[in-house]
Design a protein. Structure first.
Length: 444
């Protein structure tokens, strides 16, 4: 019997969940080969990145090695260079140390996720911080501490104000949770910086729409807004960033309908960009039919015109004829992953595929000071209880018990001890060089 080859692209929530589900289905079936390709050799638990930036959680506690999670699959740590759905193969990048690899497949799952969308603002992209990777969180943490160190002995009030102003762009989950953690960290750190007062700290959230945390109940949004303001966070709604040169943030009112140019400058050396995501470039440049850079799928999550190829997670969207659009969250990626794995099993066994059906489980967000909001099973919950719901939900989603325990201990230790203000010694920008190859190995 000819072996069936399943290839999964992407080591995020969607890709790893799908791989693990496929392993479960074909655990004792040696006629099925499963391969996972990921940029990193670990699964990053991205919802907890803001807490790494604030020092609440140790960085290594939110990463789980793929080889400990996926026991049957063959794993490649590499970037995807090309997807050929006609020839049914994927080419992986070479590096200075190794040549590229071409992997053939019978079934393909594309779960390549997304990248930060800067909306064409080159200066913002060059000078701002993001929250997509572990390095991003550590870089931001270092930046916060660096600004505190410089401001502690600065006698020029204007310079000091610029050093202690932190701007977060984006009023969604990532932006709000990051701003809340930054604000908590700054105020907790004042125990060590005797020349910085509470009033010197300035954390600003900039949101282009008329409200934060879209998708939540109006009362929950109002609670979150008021709680953040009470904690000292400023929120600018209907406002967009048009430029950032590393020292000044240029903003405009997004509702300004006059022809006159209306700009305001916020003096700050630190801007965190959490204002949107976009699918990765390789998807945008692929032969697949896309909309807004996302691969269009049918109700089985199968790519239009390509049988046996599935797109899941942030890089996929349903056809316009299917009225099923959901916000790009980890729970949606998990639901995508389960269905894609199930439908591949059905196809291999010669059975009918299943359509995507999903019941929204609710959502929660933390807003700093061990407080949050949650919309669970119709209940609207705020404060400390919502924070507990948030941490318990995400703990339950961590697939590794050891990491779950370590994160739980981090949270409990944070209740009783001051935060560490040591700055990690590494450079933010590390250049990667990829080797252009004359030949590509066929491994199947």
């Amino acid at each position: 019997m000819v072996k069936k080859r399943i290839l999964v692209l992407g080591g995020g929530f969607a890709g790893v969940d799908c791989t693990r589900k496929l392993e479960h289905y074909f655990q004792s079936n040696y006629d099925v080969e499963i391969t996972l390709v990921s940029d990193d050799n670990f699964l990053l638990f991205t919802p907890m990145l803001p807490q790494v930036a604030s020092g609440t959680i140790m960085p290594r506690h939110i990463v789980m090695p793929l080889r400990s999670l996926c026991e049957k699959a063959r794993i490649y740590e590499s970037a995807v260079r090309d997807i050929d759905p006609i020839g049914k193969h994927v080419t992986l990048e070479g590096t200075p140390e190794k040549r590229g690899v071409r992997i053939h497949y019978d079934y393909l799952i594309i779960a390549l996720g997304s990248e930060t969308n800067f909306f064409g603002l080159k200066n913002v992209e060059k000078h701002s911080f993001t929250m997509k990777t572990l390095a991003d969180a550590l870089s931001l943490r270092n930046r916060i501490i660096d600004m505190l160190e410089q401001a502690e002995n600065e006698i020029n009030e204007e310079i000091k104000q610029r050093l202690l102003t932190f701007v977060v762009v984006g009023g969604g989950f990532a932006g709000i949770e990051t701003a809340g953690e930054i604000n908590d960290f700054l105020h907790d750190a004042l125990n060590y910086y005797h020349n910085i007062k509470t009033d010197d700290i300035n954390v600003v959230i900039i949101e282009a729409t008329s409200g934060i945390l879209p998708g939540f109940n109006k009362k929950l949004i109002e609670y979150a807004h008021n709680k953040l303001k009470k904690n000292g966070v400023k929120i600018l709604l209907d406002t967009v960033v048009s430029d950032f040169d590393g020292g000044n943030v240029t903003i405009n009112k997004s509702t300004n309908t006059t022809s006159m140019k209306s700009e305001t400058i916020i003096s700050s050396h630190t801007l965190v960009w959490a204002a949107g995501i976009t699918p990765v470039e390789i998807i945008k440049n692929s032969v697949f039919k896309t909309k807004k850079g996302q691969i269009i799928t049918n109700e089985f999550l199968e790519v239009e015109n390509f049988s046996g190829i599935f797109a899941i997670g942030d890089c996929s969207r349903f056809s316009d004829t299917i009225n099923k659009n959901y916000p790009p969250t980890a729970q949606l990626a998990e639901a995508h992953a389960k269905l894609a794995a199930y439908n591949i099993k059905q196809m291999i066994n010669g059975n009918d595929k299943k359509k995507f059906e999903y019941n929204w489980k609710g959502q929660s967000a933390i807003i700093g000071k061990r407080s949050g909001i949650a919309d669970v099973m119709g209940g609207k919950i705020t404060g400390f209880l919502a924070w507990l719901i948030w941490i318990n939900y995400y703990l339950s989603k961590m697939p590794n018990f050891e990491k779950r325990l370590r994160v739980w201990l981090d949270w409990n230790i944070d209740l009783f001890f001051r935060r560490d203000i040591s700055r990690y010694g590494f450079k933010r920008n590390i250049l990667k060089e990829y080797q252009e190859l004359d030949e590509v190995d066929d491994v199947w």
